[in-house]
Design a protein around this ligand. Sequence first.
Ligand SMILES: NC(=O)c1ccc[n+]([C@@H]2O[C@H](COP(=O)([O-])OP(=O)(O)OC[C@H]3O[C@@H](n4cnc5c(N)ncnc54)[C@H](O)[C@@H]3O)[C@@H](O)[C@H]2O)c1
Length: 441
Amino acid sequence: MSSQGVAIRPPQGKLGVLIPGIGAVATTFVAGTEAVRRGLAHPIGSLTQMGTVRLGKRTEGRSPAIKDFVPLARLDDLVFAGWDLFPDNAYEAALKAGVLERSHLDAVKDSLQELRPMPAVFERKFVKNLRGKNVKKGKTKMDLAEQLMDDIAGFKKRNGLDRMVMVWCASTEIFLRPSAVHESLGAFEKGLKSNSPQIAPSMIYAYAALKSGVPFANGAPNLTVDIPALRSLALKKELPVCGKDFKTGQTLMKTILAPGLKARLLGLRGWFSTNILGNRDGEVLDDPGSFRTKEESKLSALEYILQPDLYPELYRDLYHKVRINYYPPRGDNKEGWDNLDIFGWLGYPMQIKIDFLCRDSILAAPIVLDLVLFLDLAQRTPELARRGIQEWLSFYFKSPMTAPGLYPEHDLFIQLMKLKNTLRHLRGEELITHLGLEYYD
Ligand SMILES: NC(=O)c1ccc[n+]([C@@H]2O[C@H](COP(=O)([O-])OP(=O)(O)OC[C@H]3O[C@@H](n4cnc5c(N)ncnc54)[C@H](O)[C@@H]3O)[C@@H](O)[C@H]2O)c1
């Protein structure tokens, strides 16, 4: 049985995609999207492009593609722009990142070459291991925010865009705790004018996006938009925001495995994770400040999934360790090892070993595409936009943003159910509870 559903503005006209950070993830996303729209590749890993959603009873046989079920922007309507402290265009940056083969890049070279990064808002204090010259100058952080707003307005005008979204794909900044300057919009704006050292470049981008009426997603673990000042700006402007830190690689595996172990009430004594990676992200994470931000993001997922307070005999004494080692020969082709010491019936110990030879940016690119399209759906849906934080997009993040005081849901399968039920809700379809007693009436 379906009802009316909620109001959603149709996706007319072009959608601008603004990307701080034209590095490995961003170029793999743009090159892949171009290849898909030219019919050269399948959008593997993308829920918006390949996923389906079951509607009604199992006996009804209704499982439309998600992109036919909700009104998403078409890939042909996307236009890209970005910022980076290195002036390389996206073709050059992609060659340096070394994720995609030259033959794949050459097939979309013209589009990649057109994407030339605008000068970045950058401060070395926040990302110690990078040095680049394509950087904006300004007396105050407010000046810099205004320059970004001018960039955004210029991009919209030049391309005749209808709407925009911004997805942070730039480097991980050093660990910051929320402080007084982040507490309210007033304090934050004062801090921008007085160059508060607690305001990171990513926050300046997020502020500029929201002030310009652009939704914001954060692909890195930095605080960025997850501070009261910017959350309140998002609410005031009725703009969707989400983050933090794309869920790829080892953490993706954790949030697939840990719910399974907990479902069967198997205990965990230790989980040791180590990685070697050699891309620019790995180099940035070689700095202890940036690593700390990443570590906090990676560690929290297990704790929330396992709920040691509810299952003390199984998870209270878990020893969880995460290491990231910068190892240049591997480039973007990371290797992640996990050793799990688990225990079962009568406490008998067992072990699980995982050796994941993954490609980080290959896993991240479809996430960026889905976030672009779902954030845009959310901005056209007042029922979602007016709530600011889009918890239904937790599926894509290592540290999902939630309402203050609400613990995040990390279990990948609960996150997927939440996402699909949100789509059903928008279209007035019955939510699926998996009760299913009626099949036996
Ligand atoms: N690849 C993944 O699977 C994955 C998963 C989760 C999170 N992330 C995060 O996504 C981000 C991008 O990853 P990547 O592998 O593409 O890294 P990358 O180093 O290849 O690209 C990041 C780019 O951002 C630029 N940059 C840094 N600070 C900037 C600023 N203030 N303004 C504009 N540009 C800036 C850098 O010059 C670089 O070109 C990182 O923060 C990473 O931690 C990646």
